[in-house]
Write a protein that binds this ligand. Structure first.
Ligand SMILES: NC(=O)c1ccc[n+]([C@@H]2O[C@H](COP(=O)([O-])OP(=O)(O)OC[C@H]3O[C@@H](n4cnc5c(N)ncnc54)[C@H](OP(=O)(O)O)[C@@H]3O)[C@@H](O)[C@H]2O)c1
Length: 224
């Protein structure tokens, strides 16, 4: 038995690897087929995680839409926010299901005080990890596991995907690539500081050409 939840990283990208418009605003990349797949994944894993940048840029609902998933289920919404910068008024914290904001001891004290007060009125928990502002991914996974989280769908953005890939503590990485090109200097599938030496090697598990266009690439972190 693993000492962390099952971690599946997923994102939707253009054929040129962009995950948003050049100004960082959301881009409609997924097809209906892909939305169904993602909402089913959310429902089956039970938790979805994004970085503070995605909450600030998109403020997504992070819920299961029964018309896509075919089931109705409240899931846990997790935000990685090492410095404590997301807006307490974020919609992401107010949609159905409980929320966990993972932060560190480096978080701003006023921000932390505001979020502690919110814990009393919202179904929300602030998890403060030692050190910071960088969140130790393995420590984060073990705290989430202790909190009953057994599976996580990581949905972005760019920096968060890189940080988790770099940690090596994930099981699957899937990218839906739509047959569209965005160009520009908007966020790509991974950002972060990049690897200094050799790049991370993934293992391709499957390639799917779904109805409605695009291509789904599914990688695993290691071969069984
Ligand atoms: N197409 C898709 O599938 C998809 C999905 C989601 C988002 N997006 C797009 O992605 C873009 C946002 O990406 P992004 O890279 O700017 O933001 P992001 O990855 O959502 O959030 C990054 C921020 O989260 C915090 N964070 C993440 N990992 C951390 C760690 N290990 N330790 C501490 N803090 C951590 C950091 O905040 P601090 O900088 O404050 O330390 C970091 O800058 C938006 O344009 C959005 O539209 C696309």
């Amino acid at each position: 038995m693993k000492d962390r939840p099952f971690v599946h990283i997923n994102c939707a990208a253009t054929a040129d690897g962009k995950i948003a418009a050049p100004d960082g605003s959301p881009l409609d990349i997924s097809t209906i087929w892909d939305r169904r797949r993602v909402h089913r994944l959310r429902a089956s894993l039970g938790a979805v995680l994004v970085g503070a940048g995605t909450v600030s840029a998109d403020d997504p609902k992070l819920t299961v839409n029964p018309s896509y998933a075919g089931v109705s289920r409240d899931i846990c919404k997790i935000v990685m926010d090492g410095r404590g910068r997301i807006d307490p008024a974020s919609k992401s914290l107010r949609t159905n299901g409980r929320s966990i904001v993972v932060t560190t001891e480096a978080a701003d004290a006023v921000w932390l005080g505001n979020f502690r007060r919110l814990e009393e009125s919202l179904d929300m928990k602030v998890m403060v990890l030692e050190g910071g502002p960088d969140i130790d991914i393995d420590r984060c996974w073990s705290c989430l596991l202790e909190d009953g989280i057994s599976g996580v769908l990581v949905e972005g953005g760019s920096d968060t995907i890189f940080n988790i890939l770099r940690s090596g503590s994930f099981d699957m990485f899937s990218v839906f690539m739509a047959p569209i090109v965005m160009g520009g200097r908007g966020p790509t599938i991974t950002g972060g500081i990049g690897f200094e030496g050799a790049p991370l090697r993934l293992h391709l598990r499957s390639v799917v050409q779904p109805p409605g266009g695009g291509i789904l690439l599914e990688y695993v972190s290691s071969m069984p």
